[in-house]
Design a protein around this ligand. Structure first.
Ligand code: ADP
Ligand code: MG
Length: 338
């Protein structure tokens, strides 16, 4: 690399000493970083890799990419109800392109600072572009019990919720790949969902002690719900008449005409919602006695949530319409895990 490895790290990834971030005793610069979680807490760890050509287009805006590389990792911390502490960044780059590094590091640090999550180390090498981030979060242990939200806690009778909107990231991807005709104004909004997802960290924290199970929607709503059902040993029914409303592209926000011109069949629309992926919303369950507490968590975190179904003892995933009638088996193909 024209720019040497160490100069690159110094310039783009090592920042001047700042007020010590809570939980970080030593950051970038030595052989190891040191974390000091608060007494009585557990450290949550998660790692996600983004590979060029697989997870992002080679010409994607580097500012967005820096954001997304960290966002998908923070989303895992959110799903576990953990508070972000710090992260490491392993970066392979074909060349040390300063404009690219400048954009990437700006996008990365803007989101890191918004969540007070400190970059504490990493590795840098030449190679096909690949970004691997490991995040560390903190979650209290109370009377010997961790407050972390897990996939395994759902119980028959629990409600099923999803935050925000789902399906738009996949709709944008299909449009960018030329597989779907989407009006420009609608694509502009959907593209933000693909390229600048907002990890639901505040909601995850607010759901501690309220949600019985949680996961973030990265592979598609039904596929990820399948992980919860498997881990929790139960089944579920989803009301598709409610879920179908969660595709934001179908709801005009200042561009009613453009949304009108979005030609999607009912099946396509439901397909995006149920099997889209790359949404980074939280899918969670909670006892039906805690509906008011779920609404309070949604309100304090400023995150809309929608109740879309119910956990049942009978294994499997059932899709119904507004009248409780089974929805045609076509959508069963999205159910990979039940
Ligand atoms: P080592 O030889 O011990 O692996 P390096 O020379 O690779 O150390 O890295 C020197 C320091 O810079 C270490 O503290 C490491 O964590 C940090 N570092 C390397 N690459 C990055 C990066 N992409 N982002 C942040 N810190 C980095
Ligand atoms: Mg190294």
């Amino acid at each position: 690399m024209a720019l040497g490895e160490f100069e690159l790290i110094e310039r783009f990834f090592k920042r001047p000493a700042r007020p010590a971030a809570s939980g970080v005793a030593l950051g970038v610069g030595d052989d190891c970083a040191l974390l000091q979680p608060a007494p009585g807490t557990q450290v949550a760890i998660s790692c996600d890799m983004l590979v060029e050509g697989r997870h992002f287009f080679p010409d994607v805006d580097p500012v967005s990419l820096g954001h997304k590389a960290l966002a998908v990792n923070l989303s895992d911390l959110a799903a576990c109800g953990t508070k972000p502490l710090a992260f490491t960044l392993a970066l392979a780059l074909p060349e040390a392109n300063e404009a690219w590094l400048d954009g990437f590091s700006r996008g990365l640090f803007a989101l890191a600072d918004a969540h007070r999550c400190e970059l504490i180390g990493g590795d840098t090498t030449q190679g096909p572009r690949n970004i691997c981030i490991t995040v560390f979060g903190e979650v209290p242990v109370l009377e010997g019990r961790s407050l972390a939200l897990l996939r395994s806690g759902a119980e028959a009778g629990d409600d099923i919720y999803v935050s925000g909107t789902v399906g738009d990231a996949r709709l944008a991807l299909d449009a960018l790949n030329g597989r779907l005709d989407v009006p420009a104004a609608v694509l502009a909004q959907a593209r933000l969902r693909l390229e600048l997802p907002a990890p639901r960290v505040a909601l995850g924290l607010a759901l501690r002690g309220v949600a019985s199970a949680a996961i973030d929607v990265s592979d598609g709503l039904l596929g990820d719900l399948g992980h919860v059902l498997k881990a929790s040993n139960c089944g579920a029914t989803i009301d598709t008449s409610i879920a179908i409303e969660l595709l934001a592209a179908c709801h005009p926000s200042g561009n009613a005409h453009a949304a009108d011109r979005l030609q999607l069949s009912h099946a396509q629309r439901l397909g995006y919602v149920l099997a889209g992926g790359d949404d980074y919303e939280l899918l969670f369950t909670a006892p039906s006695t805690l509906r008011a507490a779920v609404q309070a968590a949604a309100q304090t975190s400023g995150t809309p949530v929608t109740r879309i179904g119910r956990i049942e003892a009978e294994p499997g995933l059932r899709l119904v319409d507004a009248h409780g009638k089974p929805v045609s088996g076509r959508f069963a193909s999205f159910d990979h895990f039940a």
